[in-house]
Design a protein around this ligand. Sequence first.
Ligand SMILES: *[C@@H]1O[C@H](CO)[C@@H](O)[C@H](O)[C@H]1NC(C)=O
Length: 212
Amino acid sequence: MYVALLTLLAPALATAIPAPHLYPEVFDRSASAAPSSISINGITYGGTGCPQGTLNASISDDGKILPLVFGDDFSASVGPNVAITESRKFCQINLDIDFSAGFQYAVYSADYIGYADLDSGVQASITALYYFSGQTAQVITEAEINGPFTGYYDKHDDIAIATWSPCGSQGLLNINSQIALTSSSDSQSGIVSTEKIKASFVHQLYIKWRSC
Ligand SMILES: *[C@@H]1O[C@H](CO)[C@@H](O)[C@H](O)[C@H]1NC(C)=O
């Protein structure tokens, strides 16, 4: 009787509940592949936010996380006695990444980790533009912090459309990171600075690979 009832119910259930995936979707091998060796071959950078000797870059062993660690110069501020030039800092970076042949990579999201102290009416905008040498396509990540705000922040932004490095064994990634503060009146103050304890601002890139 129990069996009969289940049999009776089965067709009704089949139409009411979306069919589960009986078979896994075709496994996309290329999406999860990564080169067996990945390293940073060289880095050049410059700008008001990153004088020589103030930026550290590294890449995780699996090639998926690339933290850029900035020093104290990557700080911006506004206020009654602060020069206008302090309201915006930028850093232009060229990263030369070497990897085993037959792959390409893309930046798909980023984290921004630091400290901010903003009056009401002050807005901080942290943006980064990414492009590969020899290609015109660019992608952007962006985070905003609105005053009043005092404390550490950890902002995340995803990139909707990937821009892939040229197929091969080398990808020259250009990154233009910028922090800018705007205020609605001259009396408001704000600062976006390096994380106080470690004295660093971290712009962490997330990278995906595929074979080509
Ligand atoms: C970069 O690394 C060096 C050596 O480990 C360290 O002394 C320096 O403080 C680091 N700079 C930043 C901005 O983290």
